[in-house]
Design a protein around this ligand. Structure first.
Ligand code: FDA
Length: 584
């Protein structure tokens, strides 16, 4: 007999665990979340929050999305990605980042109702966790996962109550391991991994200091300091990262992973801060310091039986591209509706297999991308003449050579410009963030070939309703004049059918099937004199179907299936597709 019982037990209250708890509670699923600590993240590790993640928060409720914006630093203050000798010293170059280049800004604006922003993990976690607990999640803090055993009907997990020192068990139908990069759950479940842990060593130094005079005129999240003699470590150089503009900062500083882990004393931290900021008198209020390792490691299977892992537990990589917490939250959006539908008896258990099929390729993609981005910093060092040898005097000379009037210096300047511009694959990779297209049994083909990417798939998001892709965003107009995103019509744990004038038979079919299959299916007819109108024609273009056609959209906004025009028997078609998607 177990001490506690729940439907889904989640280990970890990080972005992955808290988002899963919030989504499951929103879908009416009993769940419990445990964290070995008494509270949530105490350092602001993740911060870059992309549009897809904000769409997940928006799906949890406009109040959840709005609360995030309330605490976030606005996108406009994120943009000037600076490369410099120190914050007080000479600037070497810069590039507009995170959707702030005018062309990229237009693409961001057209792609989503939500905005990219900078929301430190110390703010994101409480928003998700509070949403979860308000909606029904049972949280047990100071509770450490020790081990689990699964059988045909469920999972028995043993935890340690760190306050009393007593062990207890929790019986659940499913277990979610969202326990971060040192995941015991993934380990105990025996998930297969590829890659390598510990390819570099880094430390975080979190401090308060008003640096407005160095940065307010060139607002950015990241200030990359390239100094001859600087110990570069995993991240490639010293990084001064804005946590709150402009008085809270996090320095990321490398250390040699092959040597002993350094002890980050106040004196050491102050020294590093003074060096990177370039102010020998700088006073900092040190808040914390910790070390972490750079990993290049991802799971090729994300579940074993009734145990599912997500977030850093299954994709472990450096912070480049700012993908970690984003992908973790997006993992949860993929899994939560599937667990909910299986637990409600609306779907067969095989639906859960699509979690690995759909998200394992994403894990590999983002781990590979983040590590590649580190390598792509090399050409900047090469161009600056800072990659060869360790003689700081020579390096300084090479760096200064760019200021000459010679043709060699002109070439050097061009090489620097090119190398910095290439970093858009790290700092403005909209396609990496948004282009995921799923291929699994939870998606049904319409027989059309997958559309090729017309532009670079890492840099540019390409909307399509090809089954498996995320539903494109287009603004629609409600009868009261309000702007509503096509994404807003979908989600919330339900399937949605979108059609146009002449496609009403899809709605009748959806209503009947909803009753027959016991699955909520919402239907919207979009067009003139309907509740949502497409005055701009953006939806007609984005939907890639005729007015009488239909899009079946999954609860996670991905297109499950589409029909170009009205089918002879819409109900039979929808039934066939839903039965396939739901593994009935
Ligand atoms: P996370 O590690 O956050 O949470 C794990 C949870 O499990 C915690 O609550 C922990 O206490 C709990 N836990 C662990 N073991 C347990 C046990 N045995 N029993 C009970 N509880 C246990 N990402 C991003 O998207 N944008 C960004 O800009 C950045 N920037 C960034 C900068 C730096 C310097 C770092 C180090 C990292 C980032 N990241 C990032 C990455 C991001 O921080 C990371 O990907 C997410 O925190 C992962 O979220 P998870 O919920 O998967 O794990």
């Amino acid at each position: 007999m177990s001490d506690y019982k729940t439907d889904v037990l989640i280990i970890g209250t990080g972005p992955a665990g808290s988002a899963t708890a919030a989504l499951l509670s929103s879908y009416g699923i009993e769940n419990m979340v445990v964290n070995r600590y008494r509270w949530l993240a105490n350092t602001p590790r993740a911060h870059i929050t992309n549009q897809r993640t904000m769409e997940v928060l928006r799906d949890l409720g406009r109040e959840v999305e709005d609360e995030a914006y309330l605490h976030a630093t606005h996108k406009d203050l994120m943009g000037e990605n600076i490369f410099c000798e120190s914050l007080a010293g000479e600037e070497i170059g810069r590039m507009k980042a995170w959707g702030n280049h005018p062309l990229s800004a237009a693409e961001h604006k057209m792609s989503s109702p939500s905005l990219m922003n900078d929301l430190p993990q110390t703010f994101m976690e409480p928003i998700l966790f509070k949403t979860a607990c308000q909606r029904g999640t049972q949280a047990k803090m100071s509770t450490e996962y020790l081990r689990h055993e699964q059988d045909a009907d469920g999972v028995t997990t043993t935890c340690l109550d760190r306050l009393s020192g007593k062990e207890f068990t929790i019986r659940s139908k499913y277990l979610v391991g969202a326990d971060g990069a040192k995941s015991l759950v993934a380990d105990h479940a025996g998930l297969p991994f590829e890659g390598q842990m510990g390819v570099g060593g880094s430390m975080n130094i979190l401090f308060k200091a008003d640096l407005s005079k160095y940065v307010a005129h060139r607002p950015s999240v990241l200030y990359w300091v390239m100094q001859p003699g600087a110990d570069v470590g995993g991240i490639g150089m010293g990084l001064v990262r804005m946590v709150r503009p402009w008085n809270e900062w996090l320095i990321v500083w490398g250390y040699d992973i092959n040597g002993p882990e350094p002890e980050v004393t106040e004196e050491f931290a102050t020294g590093v801060a003074r060096q990177l900021i370039g102010d020998p008198e700088l006073k900092i209020e040190l808040l914390s310091a910790n070390t972490w390792t750079v990993n290049n490691y991802y799971a090729t299977e994300l579940s074993k039986g009734r145990v599912f892992c997500m977030g850093d537990a299954v994709h472990r990589h450096p912070p480049s591209n700012g993908l970690g917490s984003n992908t973790s939250i997006q993992d949860s959006f993929n899994l939560a509706w599937k667990l909910a539908m299986v637990l409600k008896g609306q779907a067969g258990e095989a639906l859960l297999d699509s979690y690995t099929t759909e998200r394992a390729p994403v894990a590999k993609q983002i781990v590979t991308r983040a590590n590649k981005s580190i390598g792509e910093t090399g050409p900047i060092f090469d161009a600056l003449g800072m990659s060869e040898g360790v003689d700081p005097v020579q390096m300084q000379k090479n760096l200064e050579a760019r200021c000459d009037g010679t043709s060699a210096a002109e070439k050097q300047r061009e090489a620097i410009r090119k190398a910095i511009a290439f970093k858009k694959y790290e700092f403005d990779a909209h396609g990496v963030e948004m282009n995921q297209r799923y291929r699994s049994d939870a998606v049904v083909t319409d027989g059309q070939v997958e559309p090729d990417f017309e532009l670079d798939a890492e840099l540019h998001y390409q909307p399509t309703t090809w089954p498996g892709a995320r539903l494109p965003h287009a603004w629609l107009y409600a009868t009261d004049g309000a702007e509503v995103s096509s994404l807003d019509l979908c989600g919330h744990g339900r399937f949605t059918v979108l059609t146009g004038l002449g496609g009403e038979a899809w709605c009748a079919a959806a209503e009947e099937l909803s009753a027959e299959l016991g699955v909520e299916i919402v239907c919207h007819v979009i067009g003139p004199r309907r509740p949502y109108m497409d005055h701009s024609g953006d939806w007609a273009r984005a939907s890639e179907i005729t007015d009488t056609g239909c899009l079946l959209v999954r609860p996670d906004h991905h297109v499950a299936w589409r029909s170009h025009k009205l089918a002879k028997d819409p109900k039979a078609e929808l039934r066939r597709v839903l039965n396939a998607v739901l593994a009935k």
